[in-house]
Design a protein around this ligand. Structure first.
Ligand code: ADP
Ligand code: MG
Length: 829
């Protein structure tokens, strides 16, 4: 092989042959393996050498790539070849040729001083420059970064590591132990190419004052050249045993020069990578970006907020999140950056809220202490501390002359209904109407029964369930006047509905409980003061605002048992304040949960059968079929038939799926609740919030397909009274990750923790669908971090109070940043 000529010819030929690996006999890999070392000798430039090593020609696997990958990889090799040829040609031609592909121009480091004038434009230009301005980032590499949404320098600064490996604690060689990740600093005694197994690699002996250790790198014979005798080197990685001697096996390495260590001897950042990006390179590039550009970032956070919340400066935070001094600083860097994300999010949301609320006064209620105490006195239980706290928050809101907009979240069974009931009672006591909207008739009926149950304890009840009226009940002895409660659902007869609507319009009904029927255009309230929306994630934003529109800026309380993710997204979305009941009433038992292997399914059936014979009921949930409710319904129907015929011929089974008309669904649920079925076979539609007191078993098939939060919701359907509840999870295919996830269900019974885990596993983007929601993207912040949410909310609120449009000079940068992150969102303009 002479110079680069023959390689170039081969590459050209391969390209012309359409990347079919037919340019050389025996395939390109063989050619590369044979000539890698020769090629490496063609340059002395350390940068080019590093790039060459990353290409890993000595151990290439071109043959196994698909055509597109082949094209990219060859383009990289060609790019490298061009760059090593260039200095020669330039020397010959004495000038730069213009027709070559854009070449990364090395950026001169700017002095670390900020000039006051005329800089802003330039600074922006630099941060917005394509990443090819970074030394070593070729257009091809840039393409790969583009896949990770990294295009300009600023993106690279915000291309955050996923985690760090801790190579910061160095050890004397004599203290190394086998089987652990460790770091040593030593001197190279000897380094040579060696045959390791059947392949060539590098072998080196490293020494410090306490001893020596061997290190080997498989398949990387070219490394030997970089390891000069007597150079200082850092090795980090796991120590194994070979013929009784300790040895570093393919450790991370770094020669110790006077520059900062980036691959070893510190907390080393690990970046999310894509095909064709190599960790050592990415680290070098982010380091260049940090050193060259981080200081140019404008810190848009007002100084007083930074001081109050003890946050790092922006450039500092960016530098530290990539290459942290220590764990604590990494955490602080993350805090600062996550704070930014949440603050900007909150500011945007507040701006929206301001837009619709501005100038609209709400109704300030008077909360008579005796009403509260009389109501609470009638309950057969004491409120939990969490309920007390949340009640205070709600009561404080509704005494304000501005409409409440609050989300109440709490586990299934945490007792949200009492809070809502008291709130609507207070509305009634103030001469307003209250409404509670639930997603299904069953739930609405359930609320109606419960609320009437409470009221019957306080006053005397008069029912007028006669035809033509719907379910209407009147209570005396609670308010100075009679209090009327009604149930408005779609399945009422025409005349019943009309009669009820008339009463509502004339103000003869104080509290209306219902379904979507409440927001039909025929329904007019005479004076709606407070609206409660239960299981709010089942309603769209439009339905929520439709109920709001039924009154003159009424107080709104929305409730949910699905804490995260939907709730949190909606919290921000819907501009709601947040209350959480994070405590269950005393004596509640956790639903015993067990992962059951497929081959033990028969045992699960036996258990379920026994429970039914003991008077209990059971749910069997069929696997989720993504994207197709039809297929899902079909599968559930088949399963229902199989179970009825072959497994439980002696029991009564019901079937519920999403393809059934709404009224049929209601019917089935009603029958199940009434005990007409022993087992309900269902798709994932099985109602949230439904109370079937006798149900004790929840069996979920294909459990690994559901999110943890959803599984938690399912199991919330059982064990609703004093009897022990059981949840059996039967996975279809059990990968190690799926097993780990499902085992969490056995151990963890806190819905918030499970939601959090879901979030960790599936990632926030996918989880919250922030892209679809029009919210800015969150990279570091967690919407589940209530504390940070509250903190940023407070800061956002006080910012808004002092400078609503962020017009003041000290808020100029913040305003600019705000419009940047919200630029993709239609709502912000
Ligand atoms: P959810 O939050 O799921 O809507 P509910 O409001 O339906 O829960 O309450 C579930 C059950 O717990 C109801 O039967 C209710 O009467 C009861 N309950 C509510 N609060 C308490 C409490 N503090 N102590 C005991 N039982 C309570
Ligand atoms: Mg409820």
């Amino acid at each position: 092989m002479e110079g680069t000529e023959s390689l170039r010819n081969i590459l050209d030929l391969e390209r012309r042959k359409g990347y079919t690996d037919r340019a050389v006999i025996g395939g390109l890999d063989r050619y590369f393996h044979r000539h890698a070392e020769q090629l490496r000798e063609l340059t002395k430039d350390p940068q080019l050498l590093e790039e060459f090593d990353a290409l890993n020609l000595a151990d290439s696997s071109y043959g196994s790539l698909d055509p597109e990958e082949r094209r990219r990889w060859l383009a990289d090799v060609t790019g490298w070849l061009e760059r090593i040829e260039r200095p020669v040609k330039e020397a010959v031609n004495g000038r730069r040729t213009q027709d070559r592909p854009a070449r990364p121009t090395p950026v001169k480091k700017k002095p670390r001083v900020r000039a006051a004038t005329g800089r802003r434009k330039r600074k922006e230009a630099e941060l917005d420059a394509p990443i090819t301005v970074i030394k070593g980032i070729t257009p091809n590499v840039a393409d790969r970064f583009a896949k990770l949404n990294v295009r300009v320098v600023h993106d690279l600064l915000r291309f955050f590591p996923r985690r760090y490996v801790d190579y910061s604690q160095t050890k004397p060689i004599s203290e190394l132990v086998e089987g652990e990740e460790q770091t040593v600093i030593g001197t190279i005694w000897e380094a040579k190419v060696a045959t390791l197994g059947s392949r060539r690699g590098t072998e080196a002996t490293i020494a410090d004052e306490t001893g020596t250790i061997r290190a080997v790198w498989f398949n990387q014979p070219y490394l030997a050249k970089s390891f000069r005798t007597n150079s200082r080197i850092v090795l980090a990685g796991s120590v194994g045993l070979f013929r009784g001697n300790k040895v570093f096996e393919s450790p991370e390495w770094e020669l110790l020069k006077d520059t900062e260590l980036i691959h070893t001897g510190r907390l080393v950042p690990i970046y999310p990578l894509t095909q064709g990006l190599y960790p050592r390179q990415v680290r070098k590039w982010t380091k260049q970006a940090v050193d060259g550009y981080a200081w140019q970032l404008d810190d848009f956070l007002p100084a007083d907020i930074k001081a109050r919340c003890e946050l790092l400066d922006l450039p500092e935070a960016i530098a530290q999140i990539h290459f942290p001094d220590d764990r604590a600083t990494a955490v602080r860097a993350r805090e600062r950056l996550a704070f930014d994300e949440l603050l900007l999010l909150q500011l945007g949301v507040l701006a929206r809220k301001r837009d619709w609320k501005e100038g609209q006064p709400g109704n300030a209620f008077h909360v008579a202490p005796d009403i509260v105490s009389r109501f609470l006195g009638c309950l057969p239980f004491e409120l939990t501390q969490a309920q007390e706290r949340v009640l205070k928050e709600v009561l404080a809101d509704i005494t304000q002359p501005k409409a409440m907009s609050r989300l109440l979240q709490g586990e299934v069974g945490s007792g949200k209904t009492v809070i809502a009931t008291l709130a609507v009672l207070i509305a009634a006591a103030n001469g307003y109407q209250g409404a509670i909207m639930a997603p299904t008739e069953i739930l609405a009926e359930q609320h109606f029964t419960n609320i009437c149950g409470y009221l019957a304890q306080i006053g005397s009840e008069e029912r007028h369930d006669e035809p033509g009226e719907g379910a209407v009940r009147t209570y005396t002895g609670f308010l100075p006047r009679p209090l009327t409660v009604a149930l408005l659902i779609g399945s009422l007869g025409r005349s019943e509905k009309a009669g009820l609507q008339r009463k509502i319009a004339q103000g003869e009904v104080d509290i209306v409980i219902g379904t979507h029927a409440l927001i039909q255009k025929e329904v007019e309230f005479s004076k709606l003061g407070l609206a409660v929306i239960d299981e709010q994630h089942r309603f769209g934003v439009l339905q929520r605002s439709a109920l709001r529109q039924k009154g003159f800026n009424p107080h709104v309380l929305v409730m949910t048992a699905t804490p995260i993710p939907r709730t949190m997204a909606l919290t921000l979305y819907g501009d709601l304040d947040l209350s959480t009941i994070d405590e269950l009433p005393p004596g509640r038992q956790v639903v015993k949960t067990k992962c059951v292997e497929v081959h033990d399914r028969a045992k699960a059936y036996t258990f379920l059968h026994r429970q039914v014979l003991n008077g209990r009921q059971a749910f069997i949930v069929c696997p989720l079929v993504e994207e197709s409710e039809t297929l899902e319904a079909k599968a559930a129907t088949t399963e229902y038939e199989r179970l009825s015929r072959e497994v439980f011929p002696d029991l009564k089974l019901g079937l519920l799926h999403g393809q059934m008309p709404g009224s049929d669904k209601e019917q089935v649920m009603r029958h199940f609740r009434a005990g007409d079925f022993d087992i309900l076979v269902s798709t994932s539609v099985v109602e949230v919030g439904i109370d079937v007191p006798r149900a004790s078993v929840m069996l979920v098939e294909g459990a690994e397909r559901f999110g943890l939060s959803q599984l938690h919701q399912f199991r919330g359907r059982v064990g609703r009274d004093k009897e022990q509840g059981y949840c059996m999870l039967i996975p279809e295919k059990l990968s190690p990750e799926a097993r780990e996830r499902l085992l969490l269900m056995e151990k963890v019974h806190d819905g918030f923790v499970l939601a959090e885990k879901d979030l960790e596993i599936r990632g926030p983007g996918e989880f919250f669908g922030t892209h679809q929601s029009g919210l800015p993207d969150l990279k570091l912040a967690r919407l589940s971090d209530l504390e940070s949410l509250q903190l940023t909310r407070q800061e956002a609120i006080s910012l808004f109070q002092s400078d609503p449009t962020l017009k003041r000079a000290e808020h100029r940068l913040l305003r600019k940043q705000l419009s940047l992150v919200w630029s993709d969102s239609a709502e912000w303009s």
